[in-house]
Design a protein around this ligand. Structure first.
Ligand code: ZN
Length: 354
């Protein structure tokens, strides 16, 4: 996969090097990626060393032939949520600046150490989730310094943002999106149009989020609080890269760009998604071996047994049950469980569309 990434980047460098020179003012630059109108350029956002090591986050700028808004597509905060990363790789290759109105900033992989070392959930350099420390700190650990630069160089300069995730190595997840209304009517109308155009058929309404701009925690929330319509999309599960899952994210992005008038054509807006108004986590009370009875996407009713947990010599020690009726958005994909692990996440459908 690294070889594929390198070859795509190599090809893009050639494209950007051979294009006609255009005046410096019209270039759009993020880190070392700098593209004039009609160009695609690859580079990196260099996060300097601080209390721990430096890192270099790959960036592609697609500067459309026609001027317009700036859309940021950001993936790989969790470097083993592979479908979300591969989808951005596909979009890097697919987006043709001649067709694009406005500018697209693509970030395929924030958390390189997670990807290379195959460590789920966190950045192994500082053991922090790379989607919990926004807006970041210039003098913090690597995750915080990266978050700080992403806020400054990408969030502050975009008009819209999509954050890509999926089931991690240990999560069997069904695809869904998050829509986080802010109470600002025009912004919420646009973000809702984006999430419906993306087309994932389950949408979580995410109302209770941090409102302090200095402690926004999540990337999309950081953009939302700064007035930029943004959504989160999730597809893929447990280390797999299935083409159907990749297609959901690639086609959803292209459709959202059509809804935003950044690409020609009509979006494939979904008419009646399942809106989810509440998430309920089922957590492990202690360590053990997990034997699931339900699959991702199953509908369960309150009280149903979700699986069995045994100790290491086969004695049943717990039989977690669904605390509510709802949809299994994800269920633990591997036998390993430690205290506090997420066994399953249930989504409760909303009575009415928002
Ligand atoms: Zn994630």
């Amino acid at each position: 996969m690294m070889r594929l990434r390198d070859s795509i980047f190599g090809a893009l460098f050639l494209v950007s090097f051979c294009c006609m020179p255009v005046s410096a003012q019209s270039k759009f630059t993020v880190g070392t990626a700098s593209a004039a109108p009609g160009e695609k350029s690859a580079g990196a956002l260099e996060v300097p060393a601080g209390v721990d090591a430096s890192t270099s986050i790959p960036i592609v700028v697609v500067n459309g032939a026609k001027p317009g808004k700036v859309l940021a597509l950001v993936s790989g905060a969790h470097g083993t949520e592979y479908v979300s990363i591969i989808a951005i790789e596909k979009l890097i290759a697919a987006l043709d600046p001649a067709q694009v109105t406005g500018t697209v900033i693509l970030v395929p992989l924030i958390n390189i150490q997670s990807f290379e070392q195959k460590v789920p959930h966190v950045n192994p350099v500082d053991n922090k989730s790379m989607n919990r420390f926004y807006p970041g700190k210039a003098d913090g650990t690597q995750t915080e310094r990266a978050s700080y630069l992403i806020t400054k160089e990408i969030v502050d300069r975009c008009d819209y943002l999509i954050d890509y995730h999926g089931g991690d190595l240990d999560e069997s997840l069904r695809p869904y999106a998050y829509w986080g209304p802010t109470g600002r009517e025009a912004q919420d109308r646009t973000s809702k149009e984006m999430v419906l155009a993306f087309g994932l058929d389950h949408i979580i309404i995410w109302r209770e989020r941090p409102t302090d701009p200095a402690a926004t925690r999540y990337l999309d929330n950081t953009a939302s609080i700064r007035g930029k319509p943004s959504i989160v999309v999730e597809a893929g599960h447990a280390g797999t890269v299935e083409s159907d899952d990749v297609a959901l994210l690639v086609n959803g992005t292209l459709s959202t760009m059509r809804a935003l008038r950044m690409l020609p054509g009509e979006p494939h807006t979904i008419e009646n998604p399942v809106w989810i108004e509440k998430l309920v986590d089922v957590l492990a009370e202690g360590p053990g071996i997990w034997y699931p009875l339900v699959k991702r996407g199953a509908y369960v009713s309150a009280g149903m047994k979700l699986g069995t947990i045994t100790d290491y010599v086969g004695k049943v020690i717990a039989e977690p049950r669904a605390p509510v009726s709802g949809i299994v958005l994800h269920v633990n994909a591997v036998p390993s469980l430690k205290k506090g692990d997420n066994i399953a996440d249930l989504g409760v459908p909303a009575a009415h569309a928002p």
